[in-house]
Design a binder for this molecule. Sequence first.
Ligand SMILES: Cc1ncc(COP(=O)(O)O)c(C=O)c1O
Length: 124
Amino acid sequence: MQDRTELFNLPSCKIYRPVTIAGGSYSNMLGMNLARFRKFPEVKEKGLRQLPRMVAFTSAHSHYSNKKNASLMGLGTDDLIRVKVDNQGRMDVEDLERCILKATGEVGSAPVLRGIDFYRPLAY
Ligand SMILES: Cc1ncc(COP(=O)(O)O)c(C=O)c1O
């Protein structure tokens, strides 16, 4: 089998190998799994029991597989938080900041402009 790095003309890198995923739903789940593993690598040995409550943020327009995947990954579907989008389908960074503040227990905090600037590139 031809190396996918060559096949898709990707830059070669010693720390990753490309993989081919069967479909969008599974790709989204793998992404969620990788994000969780990056934040809590101990999940591999200890399982979900040892982890704090987790939430995930997704665009209000995101694919419904994210809801199913959140459930499969051990998050409640209530913990998949849908962020508003603008009229071009871009994530509303001010709503994202509000959602993050609410999820982290800082309900009612005024959005911090510096924070919004940090999130803005996520919307494009
Ligand atoms: C962003 C996104 N996620 C998930 C899916 C679902 O893909 P599949 O039907 O291959 O699981 C699609 C399909 O178009 C998609 O665009």
